[in-house]
Design a protein around this ligand. Structure first.
Ligand code: NAD
Length: 467
């Protein structure tokens, strides 16, 4: 470990100990305390919105300020407000049915804070993914320690400043660092870890957490299909898929990673898709709405994926014409791949860029078999007007979430839990699902003087002989 990593790891332990001491001093924050923390979180984002939007753009090379404002700031505020609005209800003891033979006892679930929650985040939505987890942690009465990605240092610096201004270090803190600090972080005995990132790293975090029996919520990635059926409105599907692939230049965990389209409609779909991409983003190099690729390494990887697929026989379509711009802003042109072979890397790995393979299928069973042959995806986007087709796909596929006839919009829908399944993650958060994940829902049975269970005390036989 070099001296910088050693210093960062020392800072990590200091920050953790402070939060732990904060929890010991106040284990059960009241509704008012929790609401105040959520309010300060919202005020913090209000005050720091512009520096954060600028910092995200600095980190990316160029990040659409609209996307930053919408997906990072507004969604964070919406999550905070949703938590505040429902907090009283979520915190209240929950009635559960008591079975007849235990009556007149009562059964309740009493939510309690867990303690100190570790929040580990990637670079692609560096504000939303951090604040979403922290809002749920605060609502549930916990303290939070954030370990953001090292690829967004400008954003991290602004967030650290903002936390220091609005919060005591016993409430929330941010620690920076690379892999060594991340490893030390995931080895700490948190009461819960919420990790958002790649499947490979998620596995390591789960292993480290298991040594402390720390429960984890893993928000991972994967290849989310857009399944277009014969009954779909092709133009609308193309428009949604184009947005679902090109928002944040494709660097979205729930992006449409590839499209499955019936063979006879494939060419029409590709034509509509190209047109939709040009309509949404009339240009890609000098378009303020079109974000950059986060690093040279990620940029080169995307080129390699396309080059390999082309060499293996795929047809490459660039709706805006040819071009590469690895220069200062690392813009990658929207790219459609037709007939990419199944063993090409682009069909095996999560793409995380503005490249969309379009795969044709023969019948709906074929398309379902294709989805089920891969790892369970984080999202599935189903485009179908026919109810029978919709029901069949919903019943016969497993995924973290589904949007019927659109892409991406289930995430800001706080009424739905958000999370993956299998290699796309475990557990869920957002709204009440996040509150519950970061609480202990303590089961409590209230006995009465009059109780049938007296019949089951020794000496045995009075009742058990009758059974
Ligand atoms: P990543 O897994 O490389 O990094 C995520 C975090 O893990 C970072 O904070 C990093 O510092 C830390 N880390 C790195 N090595 C570690 C180790 N050995 N032990 C512990 N921590 C370590 O992911 P990324 O490249 O930053 O983000 C892209 C991935 O995140 C994609 O796979 C994407 O699908 C996924 N993602 C998922 C969601 C979701 O909500 N499901 C959201 C956004 C991104």
């Amino acid at each position: 470990m070099d001296t910088r990593a050693m210093a960062e790891t020392a800072d990590l332990h200091i920050a953790y100990d402070r939060l732990r001491a904060g929890y010991e001093a106040e284990r059960f924050p009241t509704l008012a305390v929790r609401k105040d923390r959520l309010k300060r979180l919202e005020r913090m984002l209000g005050k720091y919105e512009h520096p954060l939007v600028q910092a995200m753009s600095d980190d990316f090379g160029h990040r659409s300020s609209h996307e930053s404002a919408m997906f990072d700031i507004l969604l964070s505020i919406s999550e905070i407000r949703d938590n505040r609005r429902h907090l009283r209800k979520w915190m209240a003891p929950r009635r559960v049915r008591t079975r007849l033979h235990f009556l007149p006892a009562k059964s309740r679930l009493i939510p309690q804070p867990l303690g100190v929650v570790g929040v580990m985040t990637p670079w692609n939505f560096p504000v939303y993914l951090a604040i979403g987890g922290i809002a749920n942690a605060f609502a549930a009465g916990n303290r939070a320690l954030l370990k953001p990605s090292e690829l967004v240092p400008a954003t991290n610096a602004v967030l650290a400043r903002a936390f220091a201004e609005f919060f005591a270090p016993e409430e929330v803190a941010l620690v920076e660092g690379g892999v060594e600090v991340a490893q030390a972080f995931s080895a700490l005995p948190f009461d819960h870890i919420i990790f958002t990132g790649s499947t490979a790293v998620g596995r390591k975090v789960a292993e480290a957490a298991a040594r402390n029996l720390t429960p984890v919520t893993l928000e991972l990635g994967g290849k989310s299909p857009a399944l277009v059926t014969g009954s779909a409105d092709m133009d609308r599907a193309a428009q949604s898929v184009a947005h679902g692939r090109l928002a944040n230049a494709g660097q979205v965990c729930i992006a449409a990673d590839y499209a499955l389209v019936p063979g006879p409609q494939r060419d029409d779909f590709v034509t509509s898709l190209s047109a939709a991409m040009r309509r949404l983003y009339p240009s890609w190099q000098d378009n303020p709405d079109y974000s950059s690729i986060i690093s040279d390494r990620h940029f080169d990887r995307l080129h390699d994926l396309v080059d390999e697929a082309e060499q293996m026989g795929a047809t490459v379509i660039r709706p805006h014409g040819e071009g590469r711009d690895r220069s200062n802003t690392r813009h990658f042109p929207p790219t459609i791949l037709v007939d990419a072979p199944a063993d090409a890397r682009v069909m095996q790995e999560e793409i995380f860029g503005p490249i969309l393979p379009v795969v044709s299928y023969d019948g709906l069973d074929d398309a379902i078999a294709h989805v089920n042959a891969g790892e369970r995806p984080l999202a599935l986007y189903l485009f179908a007007r026919d109810r029978g087709e919709r029901d069949k796909v919903l019943a016969e596929t497993v995924s973290g979430g589904v949007v019927v006839n659109d892409c991406l919009w289930h995430v800001p829908n706080d009424s739905l839990p958000f999370g993956g399944v299998g290699s796309s993650g475990m557990g869920a958060y957002h709204g009440q699902a996040g509150f519950d994940a970061m609480s202990k829902l303590k089961p409590v049975m209230y006995q009465r003087r009059l109780r049938a269970t007296n019949l089951f005390y020794p000496p045995y036989g009075r009742v058990t002989d009758l059974l």
